[in-house]
Ligand binder design. Structure first.
Ligand SMILES: CC(C)(COP(=O)(O)OP(=O)(O)OC[C@H]1O[C@@H](n2cnc3c(N)ncnc32)[C@H](O)[C@@H]1OP(=O)(O)O)[C@@H](O)C(=O)NCCC(=O)NCCSC(=O)/C=C/CCCCCCCCCCCCC(=O)O
Length: 733
């Protein structure tokens, strides 16, 4: 055998292999490799050149295309989308491969995603390693598979399956790809060797039935009904995102147009998405979600200089809803868990509930049960030998402090003590312990075993090692962890406060919960603020406001609308006084058919109540338009986001955006609140906040933050340059 290496870029190489029995070209490259960048142009050029050579040379009988370092191809380099395209275009290259007169086999190891899978679909055969993952995730980047993916996949696996994969961007395993018919063979051995063998076995055979572009697209008998149904469902779940809808249109073209026309339509649709604001937002978000793992704190502690400590055994204290979810997450990730609930009855209930959650999840994922990983106990002493504790008792500072005092005495030296508080002072908890440097917040979101977000809260005394350990722990249990500073409500809940406040004020001024919710849902939130309030329970906020001394004995009195010299709305308190806690009581901002009911219905009682409330306080209801609802709610929240950046509580806008997308239902196709502000224009956001603050001088949340002013005065730099402007305050971390 002779082997010649023809490197044509730093990371891509071409190997020509010949032996007496078979002549095979192998192309070897890296995943995440690009079709667009100069380097990528070289890749495409290399493929085109080598394909020409392979087709020309009579001794070459077949071709295998594979990747370098065990990865086939992750698709286009998203960072390069804005750049001018050079080198041979992708689509003609793909057509050239498909039209080849010699068999071309894709050897898929690692990933074949986006343009990578489209390349594989142009090959005549696909052999995948059993650990490979395949998919067309373009929709998650605001695009559609624009190199024939929307035309070839339905021809290969049928319209319904292709629609599902293309509109969700879901990755599939090699086993599922085989079942769907995307790949021809799956191997546990070396996929390239298997592909070479396979290529040899098909040399000389007709390729007529192997060119997917020539297949007729299977046409469902009830075509219109199928597409109507899918479109309805996609529109519903897309919540205003345009890419999933456009993907359906492209697949529709595959069924209704001949291949060449379908490709033209795909290109047309791709072009409309390519330059859209949503594509920008989604591509920004893709990098933001990865950027948050490179955390830093104002004092200079960083992800790359702070070493996490290994955690094998963890305890969860308090087995209410959150503690149960956290225990499930830990057990599923293979941690040894000690689950503590001091009340025996509650412990039994929790044990049953956790077992049920684990069983259902194992069934759904086809994974082994993680029961054995959890030991239950009524005593805090059971946490004596664990490496890390997550306290998840009620949101009550006195109770949490007592637990931290006890844990500090019980646990072995060096145990990290974490609190799942959603707002309380981490430093106050740390002060109860002998080793405050070991204390951090781990704020999970409900349901804790489902929601992807984890806020890791560092106090002024938390050690970089403690932050690094909590961040790594989050990653191990499948969360996206964001490191944030210690303040009331941290990032997420702190920003929620001015948002909620504006929603209440809007009701006082004449809006209804239905109107406010509709505007927010049209923006893309899965639920408006009042529906969320009903779902999570009005009593939760009431309890906090009572503890903060905001709830006066006579909430109906005139003075109830001013607290600490600033405007306050007692509307939520008044509803709670009536026992209207939301879904759980069957009444809240809406009415439900029964306590625990899920379907919110407009409630005439609530409308009368609002009218009486306004009359009592001399408020005259006015017509409030959609724009005002949106601007007041969102800009107040964004303004707090700028304050958080200015205070150094979040290191950058990406942290805030990831928290809002993953924890609070902010529509991903709008990038997150800070990205949204950038898109709207910082000068415009500033202008509107100034206007609203003039109209409502007693609402400090509407007073533009000085960082926002500074950025606007500095010419509104793009979001990736904000960090240069943010001044980092001193911290003792
Ligand atoms: C599974 C992964 C690949 C790897 O996951 P993992 O191992 O966990 O690692 P990560 O942390 O995720 O990533 C490691 C670093 O790599 C970076 N990365 C990953 N993927 C990409 C990428 N695709 N581009 C750039 N960078 C990438 C990542 O950010 C990490 O770096 P850092 O930490 O941020 O520094 C996983 O990463 C993954 O899933 N990646 C995404 C895969 C994906 O989405 N692929 C699809 C991309 S889109 C595509 O392929 C498009 C194809 C081309 C179609 C073009 C057709 C053109 C024809 C029509 C032309 C019309 C033009 C019209 C224009 C006009 O009108 O003007």
């Amino acid at each position: 055998m002779c082997r010649a290496s023809l490197p044509f870029s730093a990371t891509w190489k071409l190997y020509l292999e010949r032996n007496s029995r078979c002549n095979v070209f192998r192309r070897i490259g890296t995943a995440g490799s690009t079709w667009w960048s100069p380097q990528c142009a070289a890749v495409r050029q290399g493929i085109v050149d080598m394909m020409h050579r392979a087709l020309r040379e009579p001794e070459v009988k077949s071709v295998v295309i594979c990747g370098q370092d065990g990865k086939f191809c992750g698709g286009a380099d998203i960072r390069e989308f804005g750049a001018k395209m050079s080198g041979p275009p992708l689509v003609p290259m793909i057509h050239m491969i498909e039209a080849a007169a010699k068999p071309v086999v894709a050897a898929i190891e690692g990933v074949a995603l986006g343009g990578g899978l489209e390349l594989a679909l142009s090959c005549h055969y696909r052999i995948a390693h059993s650990k490979a993952r395949l998919g067309l995730p373009e929709v998650t980047l605001g695009l559609l598979p624009g190199a024939g993916g929307t035309q070839r996949l339905p021809r290969l696996i049928g319209v319904p399956a292709a629609l599902e994969l293309i509109t969700t961007g879901r990755h599939v395993t090699a086993a599922e790809a085989l079942q769907l018919g995307i790949v021809d063979e799956v191997t546990d051995q070396n996929a390239v060797d298997a592909a070479v063998k396979f290529a040899q076995s098909v040399e000389g055979k007709s390729l007529d039935a192997r060119r997917i572009g020539t297949f007729p697209c299977p046409r469902p008998p009830d075509l219109d009904a199928v597409f109507e149904k899918v479109m309805k469902e996609v529109r519903r779940s897309a919540r205003g995102a345009i890419a999933p809808v456009t993907c359906v249109q492209a697949v529709h073209a595959a069924v209704t147009l001949p291949y060449a026309k379908g490709m033209e339509r795909e290109r047309e649709l791709f072009s409309t998405l390519f330059t859209s604001g949503q594509a920008r937002a989604l591509q920004y978000y893709f990098f933001a979600q990865r950027a948050v793992s490179r955390w830093s704190t104002p004092s200079g502690a960083r992800w790359d200089t702070s070493k996490p400590r290994p955690v094998r055994k963890a305890a969860v204290i308090g087995l209410g809803t959150m503690g149960r979810g956290i225990s499930v997450s830990l057990a599923q990730a293979g941690f040894s868990v000690v689950a503590v609930e001091t009340q025996e009855k509650q412990l039994l209930e929790a044990k049953q509930a956790v077992s049920g959650m684990l069983e259902r999840d194992a069934k759904r994922r086809g994974a082994p049960l993680a029961h054995g990983n959890i030991k239950y106990s009524c005593s805090l002493k059971a946490a004596a030998d664990v490496d890390l504790v997550i306290e998840a008792v009620f949101e009550d500072m006195a109770l949490k402090k007592a637990i931290f005092r006890q844990l500090s005495a019980i646990c072995k030296p060096g145990t990290f003590l974490c609190s799942n508080t959603s707002a309380l002072d981490i430093d106050e908890l740390a002060s109860q312990t002998q080793s405050p440097e070991l204390v951090v917040g781990m704020h999970f979101f409900a349901p804790a075993h489902v929601m992807k977000l984890l806020e890791v809260v560092y106090g002024p005394r938390s050690s970089p090692e403690a932050v690094a350990t909590a961040m790594q722990m989050g990653k191990k249990i499948g969360k996206v962890s964001v490191a944030v500073g210690n303040c009331r409500g941290f990032v997420g809940n702190r920003m929620l406060k001015p948002y909620l406040e504006q929603a209440f004020f809007l009701l006082e001024e004449g809006a209804t919960p239905e109107q406010v919710d509709q505007v927010l849902e049209e923006f893309g939130f899965p639920m408006g603020v009042f529906k969320v309030s009903d779902l999570s329970g009005l009593d939760v906020g009431w309890k906090v406001r009572k503890a903060d001394g905001l709830v006066v004995p006579d909430s109906t009195g005139k003075s109830a609308r001013i607290q600490g010299g600033r405007r306050y709305s007692p509307l939520g308190d008044l509803l709670c006084e009536q026992g209207r806690f939301g879904q759980k009581t069957g009444r809240g901002w809406y009415q439900y058919d029964k306590p625990g009911g899920r379907v919110a219905k407009s409630d005439p009682w609530l409308h009368r109540f609002l009218e009486e409330y306004r009359a009592r306080h001399g408020l005259v209801a006015r017509r409030i338009d959609q724009q005002e609802v949106l601007e007041r709610c969102l800009y107040a929240l964004i303004n707090e986001g700028f304050q958080i950046l200015q205070d150094g509580i979040a290191a950058g806008p990406e942290d805030i955006d990831v928290i809002y997308v993953l924890g609070y239902g902010w529509p991903r196709h709008r990038g997150g609140p800070m990205f949204f502000a950038d898109m709207v224009g910082l000068d415009k956001v500033l202008d509107r906040l100034e206007r609203y603050h003039q109209l409502h001088p007693d609402v400090p949340g509407l007073k533009p933050c000085s960082l926002l002013r500074k950025l606007a005065a500095g010419g509104c730099p793009p979001i990736h340059r904000w960090r240069e402007v943010i001044q980092k305050p001193h911290s003792q971390l």
